[in-house]
Design a protein around this ligand. Structure first.
Ligand SMILES: NC(=O)c1ccc[n+]([C@@H]2O[C@H](COP(=O)([O-])OP(=O)(O)OC[C@H]3O[C@@H](n4cnc5c(N)ncnc54)[C@H](O)[C@@H]3O)[C@@H](O)[C@H]2O)c1
Length: 432
């Protein structure tokens, strides 16, 4: 099939690469000319395991190309994926990128095409964008909502081996075309779930809001465990053994971040208010999450008797989660800013997010490529992102490098007992 993917961010680039790898001719479009130039030379602009090899292979085999020319890509393709950003605005997401693509593609639609909304958009948006395109398009279109569930850091695996593919379509013809494109990825029997457009759009928000609910529930439980003298990690294991609950996504920490959960939770809250039905659970999920980095910072402040002035704090992990360079809405940003505001000096490291961190913090913090160098003279270490690199460090070396052996483990990756027997003062989240 001839496919155009518009937007070459985390989703568009992965989708374009995977569709090309399964034998389609794919043109990826972006308005960012510098990005397109780099991608055309096979230089991948984001950190995502396996993506450089995938892009390189398909560029060489000429199934994949990159352009800024939206009209040419639309004319050459029969299926058009919209995968541009829908960023957070503190309520309803900003749909200007989506609308600009819809308006831009319309005049080039010279024959029947399927327009697939892959960006996460509020219920009703895909139909509205369809109206916008039809108003300017000489040829007919069908709209499809095909929300994306990939996780950064495991994006190719998730895209090519999805738990399910959701196709919200207004016509059987369009649903069949999008289903055929996904057929290579569901050979092992993952369901292709076909429904109407609005239900598909809502399914994406419902999934993310539910995942966020699990995290905020566990964070709230962890905060109660700390006060009641229980160990949330053991509670988590005990709960997870119930088949109705299951073990996944029950990890407390410093709060969820990233480009999806916070934005999608806020969008659902806004949609509830817009429809006159406030989403009380989701509002609480958002409120609990907003408090979590501050509660973590409070532990650090309390340990130092309320004064962080002149303290040197090391931070391990800045990306919003492991295996990505993405720092959008990362809890590390609020934590580091809180430390700086309280007068501490911060030295931080992250295996992949150093560039993003430099752009956010500039020279306000020191960045060290080496995680041990980061600890030199530190009064405490804060573990903010649970990269595998941080799980089994040389604790004896850490003790010699640090001024005082204090660890605030924002992801509960170390054992409190081990830490104490190694001579560390240890604070986890929700643990005795
Ligand atoms: N990142 C994820 O893990 C993830 C997962 C599932 C769903 N989503 C959703 O997918 C969508 C895309 O997310 P992302 O993280 O890939 O975004 P992103 O911000 O990384 O990438 C968006 C890209 O679109 C380009 N763009 C913007 N306007 C354009 C235009 N008019 N024409 C051409 N290109 C344009 C930008 O230059 C950028 O390269 C969002 O709606 C997001 O909520 C993201």
């Amino acid at each position: 099939m001839n496919v155009a993917v518009i937007g070459t961010g985390y989703v568009g680039l992965v989708a374009g690469g995977c569709f090309a790898d399964s034998g389609n001719d794919v043109i990826c479009v972006d308005r960012d000319a510098a990005k397109i130039r780099r991608l055309s030379e096979g230089r991948v602009t984001i950190y995502e395991p396996g993506l450089p090899e995938l892009i390189d292979r398909n560029l060489r085999e000429r199934r994949l190309s990159f352009t800024t020319d939206l009209a040419a890509a639309v004319r050459a393709s029969s299926v058009l994926f919209i995968a541009v950003g829908t960023p957070q605005t503190g309520g309803e997401p900003d749909l200007s990128q989506v609308a600009s693509v819809a308006r831009g593609m319309a005049p080039a639609i010279d024959a029947y095409k399927v327009v697939v909304m892959k960006s996460t958009v509020p219920v009703g948006t895909t139909e509205r964008m369809g109206d916008l395109i039809r108003a300017g398009a000489p040829g007919p279109i069908d709209m499809v909502s095909n929300p994306e569930f990939l996780r950064e850091g495991a994006a190719i695996e998730d895209f090519t081996k999805p738990d399910r593919v959701i196709i919200g379509a207004g016509s059987e013809r369009a649903a069949a075309i999008v289903g055929e494109l996904h057929a290579p990825f569901v050979r092992k029997g993952s369901p292709v779930f076909v429904t109407d457009i609005r239900t598909a759009e809502m399914t994406k928000y419902a999934s993310n809001a539910f995942l966020a609910t699990k995290i905020s529930f566990m964070n709230e439980l962890a905060n109660l465990c700390e006060r009641a003298g229980a160990d949330v990690d053991r509670v988590r294991q005990g709960m997870g053994l119930d088949a109705r609950i299951g073990p996944s996504f029950l990890y407390p920490g410093v709060g969820f971040g990233g480009s999806c959960l916070p934005k999608d939770v806020e969008a659902m809250i806004a949609a509830g208010r817009r429809h006159g039905y406030p989403m009380r659970i989701v509002e609480a999920v958002h409120a609990v999450n907003a408090d979590q980095p501050g509660l973590f910072l409070g532990k650090v402040r309390d340990h130092f008797g309320g004064a962080l002035e002149g303290r040197r704090i090391a931070v391990w992990g800045l990306a919003f989660k492991p295996r990505t360079d993405d720092m959008r809405e990362a809890p590390s940003v609020e934590i580091v800013n809180g430390l700086l505001e309280a007068g501490a000096a911060v030295t931080a490291c992250d295996p992949e997010a150093m560039g993003a961190a430099r752009a956010i913090f500039g020279s306000r913090i020191e960045l060290e490529a080496d995680s041990y160098a980061c600890l030199a003279g530190a009064d405490a270490l804060l573990v903010v992102t649970e990269w595998p690199d941080f799980r089994n460090p040389d604790f004896e070396r850490m003790k010699t490098d640090m001024r005082s052996p204090v660890i605030f483990d924002g992801r509960n990756i170390y054992s409190p007992d081990d830490m104490r027997s190694l001579g560390f003062t240890y604070y986890g989240v929700g643990r005795r």
